[in-house]
Design a protein around this ligand. Structure first.
Ligand code: GDP
Ligand code: IMO
Ligand code: MG
Length: 425
């Protein structure tokens, strides 16, 4: 059984926790897009682990972890994270693999990310994580990127020189400081030795795994509404976090995928700029943020919070072909006397959108239409059996499923491993 797991909203749905749960049955966990803009949290016992580039499956000894070709990886971030994982007591020898084809995020990509963001006028800023993601993907599709395989080349220093000089021209045009070419060569040369043991042809590795009937779990980062094609463009990331990205970002065909699991937080959050129809600016929003601990795992920024939006969840169901939902953070809603679900967007002239509009200007003229349901106002995080949940909580979940399609596979009622209810997967 090969599974693709994707975020269905604007990220931070609890993908790391669900991946950790599903890794029990997997043999290989693959990241297929994004980079260290991701922050995936796994809580085991009284320990909290946050992973950015390394697949969340690494916390299970013996499972293989792959950085696929679709990822953009910052060698410094990766080396630091691998050291951290080992300091936590996990052995990675022989089970960590980086695609030769994966592009690298270089210092100049970070500098360009900062310079481009500061050059954007108010209202046009994206609120990026500052991790150099956009410029690294721009270099990839512009065909002036650097790949992990370049670390193996004898002319590595020459490649760095050319790329730094090209980036400097852009940095200067943006009013930013140039980078020192020799300093870049000095910085990156040791990276080759640090990462060489892991760089390999992961397409070959994954196909050998498929042939041996090993179970592969594809770990999406970011989410559907941050997808460069389907999200709230231009307030998106620069990759395809949707299910299709699992194929292009790893080198397996669509027929190798047996099921798609969408991770869905039972309310909505967003970090950074861009439209968010159900965003709350009142005490309910504050309560969601404080109860849910909604602060970025990568940047520490407070996350914007709002009610559950069934329009985007239904859209995510279609785009990803979600078979099963992993619904998270039910417990955060325990305190609310009523809970709301957005079922459509109403335009000034009365027209109702039930699908997500491609043109963001439309959203400026829309109000969310809410359906109100009674809350349950009792604790759910100790519950281990779906049937034992409060009736109103089950009604809330059932109504969401009715609106968005797909089946319930996993329900999460707390951050810890054991607060995970397996339903249909
Ligand atoms: P990801 O980016 O999708 O992996 O999600 P993050 O790790 O950025 O954010 C999810 C946060 O919610 C983390 O702090 C998790 O520990 C926490 N979390 C996950 N599932 C649950 C849940 O069911 N209930 C509560 N209260 N917290 C959860
Ligand atoms: P995980 O995997 C939430 C957001 C940023 C910004 C936009 C573009 O933890 O769910 P980028 O640095 O990618 O160019 O920023 O995307 N963003 C995320 N928001 N969770 C993430 O990852 C995100 N990764 C990027 O806040 O709005
Ligand atoms: Mg996150």
């Amino acid at each position: 059984m090969n599974t693709v797991l994707v975020g269905a909203q604007w990220g931070d749905e609890g993908k790391g926790k669900v991946i950790d749960f599903l890794t029990e049955e997997a043999d290989v966990v693959v990241r297929f897009q994004g980079g260290s803009n991701a922050g995936h949290t796994v809580v085991v016992g009284d320990k909290k682990y946050v992973l950015h580039l390394v697949p969340s499956g690494v916390l299970h000894e013996g499972k293989h972890c792959v950085i696929g070709n679709g990822v953009v990886m910052d060698p410094f971030d990766l080396v630091r994270e691998l050291e951290q994982v080992q300091s936590w007591g996990f052995d990675i020898k022989g089970r960590f693999h980086i695609s030769e084809r994966a592009h690298m995020v270089m210092q100049w990509h970070r500098a360009l990310d900062a310079a481009e963001e500061s050059a954007r006028a108010a209202g046009r800023k994206i609120g990026t994580t500052g991790r150099g993601i956009g410029p690294a993907y721009a270099a990839k599709v512009g065909r002036y990127g650097m790949r992990a395989g370049d670390l193996l080349k004898p002319n590595f220093a020459d490649i760095i020189r050319i790329r730094t000089e090209e980036a400097n021209a852009k940095l200067v045009s943006l009013g930013a400081h140039e980078l020192d070419v020799d300093e870049m060569i000095r910085l990156y040369t040791p990276m080759a030795n640090a990462l060489l043991p892991y760089v390999t042809d992961t397409v070959q590795f994954l196909h050998e795994s498929l042939d041996a009937n090993r179970q592969i779990l594809f770990e999406g980062a970011q989410a559907t509404m941050l997808d460069v094609d389907f999200g709230t463009y231009p307030f998106v990331t620069s990759s395809n976090p949707t299910a299709g990205g699992a194929c292009t970002g790893s080198g397996v065909g669509p027929r190798a995928i047996d099921r798609v699991i969408g991770v869905l937080k039972l309310y909505t959050t967003r970090v950074g700029e861009g439209p968010f129809p159900t965003e709350l600016f009142d005490s309910d929003g504050e309560l969601l943020r404080s109860r849910g601990g909604e602060f970025g795992a990568t940047t520490g920024r407070p996350r914007r919070c709002g009610w559950f939006d069934a329009v985007i969840a239904r859209y995510a169901q279609r785009i990803n072909g979600v078979d099963f939902w992993a619904m998270t953070k039910l417990d955060v809603l325990d305190a609310f006397p009523t809970v709301k679900i957005c079922t459509g967007y109403k335009r000034d002239d009365g027209f109702v959108y039930q699908t997500f509009p491609a043109d963001l200007d439309v959203l400026a003229h829309c109000e969310p239409i809410y359906e109100e349901l009674p809350g349950w106002q009792c604790e759910t995080s100790h519950i281990t059996d779906y049937d034992a949940l409060p009736e109103n909580a089950k009604r809330y979940v059932a109504r969401i499923l009715e609106l968005i399609g797909g089946k319930l596979g996993v329900l999460s009622v707390g951050p810890a491993r054991e607060t995970t209810l397996r339903i249909g997967v």
